[in-house]
Design a protein around this ligand. Structure first.
Ligand SMILES: [Zn+2]
Ligand SMILES: [Zn+2]
Length: 103
């Protein structure tokens, strides 16, 4: 199980860090350190209807003016792409910096 629910924390399947669920962010579905997610949602974020449950890697950032930035996650097994909101404490800028280096 990737989302191991121990005292409202879970272990990231990619970097292995233990993540505390953000108190005001009950829908946290990705790691704030490496931004990896898990394929739990089928049709829209939060529905938790997928039985795939593979790791999803962050592949893109969708910048929206005056709106919340979105991370695009792609499942490493079935290639489904899902957009997720960036959480307030994500190491979001680090991801962008890394991404800009490789492009
Ligand atoms: Zn992680
Ligand atoms: Zn999948």
């Amino acid at each position: 199980m990737w989302f191991k629910m121990i005292n409202e924390t879970f272990c990231c399947g990619n970097c292995g860090k233990e993540i505390e669920i953000h108190p005001e962010w009950s829908a946290r579905n990705h790691c704030p350190y490496c931004l990896y997610s898990k394929h739990l949602d089928k049709d829209f974020p939060g529905d938790r209807k997928s039985d795939c449950e593979w790791l999803m890697s962050p592949v893109d950032i969708d910048y929206k003016k005056n709106k919340w930035n979105m991370i695009k996650h792609r499942c490493m097994k079935c290639w489904k792409e899902i957009l997720n909101k960036v959480a307030p404490d994500d190491e979001f800028l680090e991801f962008v910096k890394k991404r800009n280096k490789t492009v």
